[in-house]
Design a protein around this ligand. Structure first.
Ligand code: FES
Length: 110
């Protein structure tokens, strides 16, 4: 596997019928949820501000180049409660902004 870059990371987000190409760098935001919240402006997205409890930051992983780095705050329980158990469905607040996010493509589910 190639080395991941640390700066100038690229994340593609599909929302409201179009792709948003977001640029960031390692640790600019606490999580993917915060990056999306700040740059795409989705109403009601990330209600619990990253505690992994509200389930309003759901994304479907469409494509990734690397294993993503996770926090481990209530994600499995929240996904189970909301009935979202697909392996590519994640809480974006539990995905860190580090070099392994480069090239990630996600679809916003809500
Ligand atoms: S922001 Fe609430 S679960 Fe992610």
């Amino acid at each position: 596997m190639e080395n991941a870059p640390i700066r100038n990371l690229s994340v593609s987000v599909f929302y409201d019928g179009r792709w948003f190409e977001l640029r960031t760098y390692a640790n600019e935001y606490r999580s993917l949820m915060m990056l999306i919240y700040d740059k795409v402006y989705i109403d009601g997205f990330g209600d619990c501000v990253g505690m992994g409890k509200c389930g309003t930051c759901l994304v479907e992983i469409v494509k990734r180049k690397y294993e993503l780095t996770d926090y481990d705050r209530n994600e499995d329980t929240t996904l189970l409660k909301s009935g979202n158990t697909g392996k590519d469905i994640r809480l974006s607040c539990q995905i860190m902004i580090d070099e392994f996010i480069d090239g990630l493509k996600v679809n916003i589910l809500g």
